[in-house]
Design a protein around this ligand. Sequence first.
Ligand code: ZN
Length: 123
Amino acid sequence: MKKKFLEKKLKKIAYERIDILMNLAEEEAKKGNWERAKRYVFLARKIAMKMRIKFPKKWKRRICKKCGTFLIYGKNARVRVRSKTYPHVVITCLNCGAIYRIPMIREKKEKMKEIKNRNNQKK
Ligand SMILES: [Zn+2]
């Protein structure tokens, strides 16, 4: 019991640290200090890995998984909205060229609702 409590506390601290580091990374990236921003991102990811916690959603889309660069949309990352086959956002890291496709969640939720409704009608 006590151990679990401690683990929870440590994880909370880890999340706080990640948040601080990512805020610093954003600041440095905005100033153009890409290397320093990268270092902060590296440290934040290291904490997440060590604590085996998921990277906060808030920051997940802001880093390039491939090269670890902090992404600033419109500066070192290109964002395009695509609706072919399924609506999604395409984020391109201009540092290493990695491409990330993110499906639009709202659409997904609506689709899930539709499926649920259909299933209810069947009953
Ligand atoms: Zn990259």
